[in-house]
Design a protein around this ligand. Structure first.
Ligand code: HEM
Ligand SMILES: *[C@@H]1O[C@H](CO)[C@@H](O)[C@H](O)[C@H]1NC(C)=O
Ligand SMILES: *[C@@H]1O[C@H](CO)[C@@H](O)[C@H](O)[C@H]1NC(C)=O
Ligand SMILES: *[C@@H]1O[C@H](CO)[C@@H](O)[C@H](O)[C@H]1NC(C)=O
Ligand SMILES: *[C@@H]1O[C@H](CO)[C@@H](O)[C@H](O)[C@H]1NC(C)=O
Ligand SMILES: *[C@@H]1O[C@H](CO)[C@@H](O)[C@H](O)[C@H]1NC(C)=O
Ligand SMILES: *[C@@H]1O[C@H](CO)[C@@H](O)[C@H](O)[C@H]1NC(C)=O
Length: 315
C-alpha cells in the first residue's frame, strides 16, 4: 500500500528514501540526523531500571532474540492480544518467561519524547540488547539500525521457531540454520543467556538447579559477568540448561571444537559474539516503507485513512 503510493509520487519518495534506505540495508548511522541520542537515551533508561531490577539487561537481550526468531526483527513479540492478533507473548516458550515489557515501554516513552515517531520498536530492542551487554561488562558494537515495525504477530510460528531447553543439538542447529545462523553463531549466542543468569545469582553454580530456574535469585551482584567462563563450565559439564550441555556433548564434535576455542580466548569469543548478534539482528528486517514506526510498542498504529495515512507511513 505504501509502496504503491510511492510509485505515484515517485519523486517525493526518492527524496525521502534516498541513500542506503532505498536498498533496505541497516546502518549504524540511521538515526544520526533524526535521533542522534538514541543510544544514550536507551542506555539511560536501562541504567535506571537496573537500580531495582538487576535482571532487566538479561530480559531485554532475550526479547531481541525472541523477536528476531519469529518473522524477523520486526517488534512482533511486543504486540499484545487483540481481536486480530494472537500475541507471541503467549507462545509456549514465552508465556510467563519473557519479561521486561514495562521497561520497553519506558524506553519507548523516552524515545518518543526526544524524537517523536522516529525510532522503531524493533530497533529499540536491538539497541537495548547491545546496551545491556555493554552495561554487563561485555563488548559494545555499532548496532545496525533502520528496522521498521511489523503489523502482525504469529504465535504459532513462535511455538515452532523458538529453541527449547529440551531440544537436541540437531534441533537447535536446524532452528538456527533456518534463521541463517550457523553452529558458531549458536555457540557464541548461547553464552549470553548463561552469562546473564550467572550474574544474577550470588553463586551461579550452586544456586542454579540445572533447569534454568536459578533465575529466581534476583540479587543483583557485580554486573561485570559477561565473559567466557561459560565455556570452561561446559568443558567440565556444568552447563546450566540441557540445551547448553548439548553444545558439549560427545555427539557434537563440531560444537565441542568451538566451545574449546572460546573457552581459551575471551577476545575471540567477544568478536564472534558481536558478529553473531549483528547477524541475528539482520534476520528479516522490514525497511524503507515496509511496516510502520509503531508509536506504542504494544499495539499497531491506528488505522488512519486518506492523505494522513500516506504521511503517517513515513514518520
Ligand atoms: C540455543 C538455544 C536457546 C535455548 C534452548 C534457550 C533457552 C532459555 C531458557 C529455558 C531460559 C530460561 C527462561 C526462564 O527461566 O523463564 C533462557 C533465558 C535466557 N536466554 Fe536463552 N535460550 C537459547 C538461546 C539464547 C540466545 C541466542 C540468547 C541471546 C542472544 C539467549 C538469551 C537468554 C537470556 C539473556 C536469558 C535470561 C533472561 C532473563 O533473565 O529474563 N538465549 N533461555
Ligand atoms: C554519525 O554519528 C556518529 C557518532 O556521532 C559519527 O561517528 C559518525 O561519523 C556519524 N556518521 C554520519 C554519516 O554522519
Ligand atoms: C499463559 O499463562 C497464563 C498464566 O499461567 C495462563 O493462564 C494462560 O492460559 C497461558 N496462555 C497460553 C496461551 O497458554
Ligand atoms: C504463522 O506461521 C505458521 C507457521 O509457519 C504459518 O503456517 C501461518 O500461515 C502463519 N500465520 C500467519 C497469519 O502468517
Ligand atoms: C530438573 O527438573 C527435573 C524435572 O522437573 C527434575 O527431575 C530434576 O531433578 C531437576 N534438576 C535439578 C538439578 O534439580
Ligand atoms: C559461521 O558464521 C560466521 C559469521 O557469523 C563465520 O565467521 C563462520 O565462518 C561461519 N562458520 C561456518 C562453519 O560456516
Ligand atoms: C501490552 O501488554 C503489556 C504487558 O505485557 C503492558 O505492560 C502494556 O501496557 C500493554 N500495552 C498496550 C498498548 O496495551
Amino acid at each position: 500500500m505504501s509502496s504503491s503510493h510511492c510509485i505515484v509520487i515517485g519523486l517525493f519518495c526518492a527524496v525521502l528514501l534516498g541513500g542506503s534506505l532505498s536498498h533496505g540495508q541497516l546502518t549504524p548511522t540511521f538515526y544520526n540526523e533524526t535521533c542522534p541520542d538514541v543510544l544514550s537515551i536507551v542506555r539511560g533508561v536501562i541504567e535506571e531500571a537496573l537500580q531495582t531490577d538487576g535482571r532487566i539487561g538479561a530480559s531485554l537481550i532475550r526479547l531481541h532474540f525472541h523477536d528476531c526468531f519469529v518473522n524477523g526483527c520486526d517488534g512482533s513479540l511486543l504486540l499484545n492480544n487483540t481481536a486480530t492478533i494472537e500475541s507471541e507473548k503467549d507462545a509456549l516458550l514465552n508465556n510467563n518467561s519473557v519479561r521486561g515489557f514495562g521497561v520497553v515501554d519506558d524506553i519507548k516513552t523516552a524515545l518518543e519524547s526526544a524524537c517523536p515517531g522516529i525510532v522503531s520498536c524493533a530497533d529499540l530492542l536491538a539497541v537495548a540488547a547491545e546496551e545491556s551487554v555493554s552495561l554487563a561488562g561485555g563488548p559494545s558494537w555499532g548496532v545496525l539500525l533502520g528496522r521498521r515495525d511489523g503489523t502482525t504477530a504469529n504465535r504459532t510460528l513462535a511455538d515452532l521457531a523458538l529453541p527449547s531447553a529440551s531440544d537436541s543439538l540437531d534441533t537447535l542447529m536446524s532452528k538456527f540454520s533456518d534463521m541463517g545462523l550457523n553452529t558458531t553463531d549458536l555457540v557464541a549466542l548461547s553464552d549470553s543467556q548463561v552469562k546473564f543468569m550467572r550474574s544474577l545469582s550470588n553463586d551461579g553454580e550452586k544456586n542454579n538447579n540445572g533447569n534454568g530456574t536459578g533465575l529466581a535469585d534476583l540479587d543483583p551482584t557485580t554486573p561485570d559477568a559477561f565473559d567466557n567462563n561459560y565455556f570452561s563450565n561446559l568443558q567440565v559439564h556444568k552447563g546450566l540448561l540441557q540445551s547448553d550441555q548439548e553444545l558439549f556433548s560427545t555427539d557434537g564434535p563440531d560444537t565441542v571444537y568451538i566451545v574449546n576455542s572460546f573457552s581459551g580466548d575471551q577476545s575471540a569469543f567477544f568478536a564472534s559474539f558481536v558478529e553473531s548478534m549483528i547477524k541475528m539482528g539482520n534476520i528479516g528486517p522490514l525497511t524503507g516503507v515496509e511496516g510502520e514506526i509503531r508509536l506504542n510498542c504494544g499495539r499497531v498504529n491506528e488505522d488512519v485513512s486518506g492523505s494522513d495515512a500516506l504521511l503517517h507511513s513515513y514518520i
